[in-house]
Structure formats: structure tokens, C-alpha cells
Design a protein around this ligand. Structure first.
Ligand code: NI
Length: 256
């Protein structure tokens, strides 16, 4: 049994074969999926998918790429969506100084507002972070203080940043990009993450595993992440599956 803690089945990439993708997920042993919102529209679609499918849960979020576009009214809508059934997290939210699609100032403002909302709702966070380590940690500590609970999704930092995240209590999640030929450094980071803090994700439709690189990713490929972690850590596939499933259930408070 595996859990894909982060994918985007609401993206149009899945329009043509949505039901087949879900069936393949179940047939491949996926216990549950967290579909992660990255815009208000995406979040609404994500909630609908979660309401229509028992084994799918929703995270509601506005991605930093959207930061230049958000209005005050969007926060009101966001607050309403927060109370819907099957919402298990706030995300993805964060900062992206790698692509800088929205201005840094607006990204920081959006991130701060959404964290304040998350704090009030006592929901775990799914954090997107690209090249923004210092601002990220500063804002998180400032707003969340000691009440931090969440995951650094698609981890891309160095050893020092990993230590900071672990000290703050974060779970660390890896995608199929740990299977890439040139991902040696990232695999070294995987070695350093304690098993009781690891989560699996695909971030589908993005980041398909090495064997399918350049193609669309989908939740059933989360097993490639588990296989790679078992190789890196010298554990059995079952040990990785069991630990990461327990972690996901603990963080997102899903009892199955
Ligand atoms: Ni994502």
C-alpha cells in the first residue's frame, strides 16, 4: 500500500483518461491520494474530485506563481473552501524564486496571508519552495511559531536546509525526480532523512520517473519513488511503504 501525497489530477492533462488513471492507481496498490490545489479554480476542481472519490482527499492552496493575480475577494472564497469536507491540508503554498513568475513581494504577501489562514484552521501545510530558503524559514517562524506542522514538498535544498526543516518538525517529501540519472546529490539528501519523516509523492502530471521522462506522470508511478528510496536506504520495498504510509496518515490525520 502506497500513498501519493501530492498530485494534480485537476489539471487538463488528465481530461482524456481521468477514470483510467484512477483505476490504475487503485490497481497498483495506492491507498489514498491527496490532490493538491494550486489556484482557486484548481482547488475547487480538487474538492469536487475528492467529493466524488472515496480514496482522494484535497489540499487547498494558491501557488506562489498566482501571487500577482490574487484579490481580496479570493481570500474570502479561500476561507469558504477551507471548511469543505475532505480538506486535509493547506497547499500548495510557498515561494518560488527560481521561476519568479510573480514578484517576490507579492509572493511573500500571499504566503503570509495563507499561513495566517492555515494557523487559524489548524491544518498541516504543503510547502512549495524553490531557491527561497531564507525568506521561507523567516516567514514560517514569524507566522507559525511553534505550531508548525507540514511537509516540504519535492524537496530541493541542501543538507543545511534539510537540517533546518527537520528541526522545525517538517516531513520531507520526494518525487520521481530522485530516479533521474543526474540526481546523485538529491539521493545523498534522501539518505539523511529519517524514515519517520519521509513522504512519497508524484507531483503528477509533472516529473515522470526516469523510464518515462518527458511523458506525463501519474499516481501509480509513486512506486518508483518507493523503490528508489528502498535502494538508497537498503530497506525492503515493504518497509518503505509501511513507514511512508504511516507518516502520511499521521500528518494528514487520515484514518483508514
Ligand atoms: Ni505540485
Amino acid at each position: 500500500m502506497l500513498i501519493d501525497t501530492h498530485c494534480h489530477l485537476d489539471f487538463k492533462d488528465f481530461n482524456d483518461d481521468f477514470e483510467a488513471v484512477l483505476k490504475r492507481s487503485i490497481d497498483s496498490g495506492i491507498k489514498f491520494i491527496i490532490n493538491v490545489g494550486s489556484s482557486l479554480e484548481g482547488t475547487a476542481r480538487s474538492l469536487k474530485i475528492a467529493q466524488e472519490n472515496d480514496f482522494i482527499y484535497a489540499a487547498i492552496g494558491i501557488h506562489p506563481h498566482e501571487a500577482d493575480k490574487v484579490s481580496e475577494n479570493d481570500f474570502k472564497i479561500f476561507a469558504r473552501l477551507l471548511k469543505k469536507p475532505k480538506v486535509v491540508a493547506i497547499g500548495e503554498i510557498g515561494l518560488d524564486y527560481y521561476r519568479n513568475i510573480s514578484s517576490m513581494e507579492n509572493q511573500k504577501k500571499l504566503f503570509t496571508r495563507l499561513l495566517e489562514t492555515a494557523k487559524g484552521a489548524s491544518l498541516p501545510l504543503i510547502i512549495h519552495n524553490r531557491d527561497s530558503h531564507e525568506d521561507m524559514i523567516g516567514i514560517l517562524k514569524n507566522i507559525m511559531g511553534n505550531s508548525l506542522n507540514g511537509v516540504m514538498h519535492c524537496f530541493s535544498g541542501d543538507e543545511k536546509f534539510l537540517k533546518t526543516c527537520l528541526d522545525m518538525g517538517f516531513f520531507i517529501s520526494f518525487t520521481c525526480n530522485i530516479t533521474y540519472k543526474n540526481a546523485g546529490k538529491l539521493r545523498e539528501i534522501v539518505k539523511l532523512v529519517p524514515m519517520d519523516r519521509l513522504l512519497l509523492e508524484t507531483d503528477a502530471p509533472f516529473l515522470a520517473p526516469q523510464d518515462f521522462r518527458g511523458k506525463r506522470n501519474e499516481p501509480m508511478y509513486v512506486r518508483y519513488v518507493a523503490e528508489e528510496i528502498s535502494k538508497i536506504k537498503g530497506l525492503s520495498f515493504e518497509e518503505v511503504a509501511m513507514a511512508t504510509t504511516n507518516n502520511a496518515q499521521r500528518l494528514f490525520r487520515i484514518k483508514i
